[in-house]
Ligand binder design. Sequence first.
Ligand SMILES: O=C[C@H](O)COP(=O)(O)O
Length: 256
Amino acid sequence: MRTPVIAGNWKMFKTVEESREYFRTFQPLGQKEGVETVLCVPYPSLPELVEAARETDIGIGAQNMHWEEEGAFTGEVSPTMLKGLHVSHVIVGHSERRTHFAETDESVRLKTRSALDHGLTPIVCVGETLEEREKERTRDVVRNQVVQALKGLSSEEATQTILAYEPVWAIGTGKASTAEDAGEVIGFIRQTVEEQFDSRAAERVRILYGGSVKPANVDSFLDIPDIDGGLVGGASLDPETFGQLVSAASARRERP
Ligand SMILES: O=C[C@H](O)COP(=O)(O)O
């Protein structure tokens, strides 16, 4: 049985003061039985939120990191620095990083490897653009991104990652993929993990859907057995709305 994950990605929103305020409301809403809740927040808010979440089950994650422990990499943050703050998760290879900051499959692989080496759970994002979907290249693109990101890991390490399927055309657009479509691609990702590793890894790895997830559509995604939760952007910015998504994932266990 895979524990569902509801992970928020605040992107470049919220000052430290706003983060503090948010967490006061969110703390009771974010801790629900049978759900792993994670908030991936901007670097400046990490110390404050790690401290606020210390006695809770809510994980606090970063949205990116460099793979090296230290070096002349102006503006970058290392896994050692994140670990020193007791950060638990890190998003790797988000499409916004691939598009705007030249993230490549190779840098995604290095970051995934490094996160695991430093005891951080990588949330590895994959997904096709609209153009790739229209050319019916979704499976090729997604398979390649998964295989490259997980290359060189052991089967056990692969199960420690969290994968997130985020079709680029569904991010921040309000146009979510249909649950059936997302389920089909996520099933395909699971099959890819099986081919790359083994059936145990495929059965155990958590794979999330991301792209315009909100309270009105979250159940449709959670009802698909292959979908283990959501990576949520816009709808994670309001604590009550995000809390509703956590509750929905908790209720999932009670569904037939
Ligand atoms: O990381 C989160 C995704 O980019 C989804 O963002 P969104 O929920 O605003 O579409």
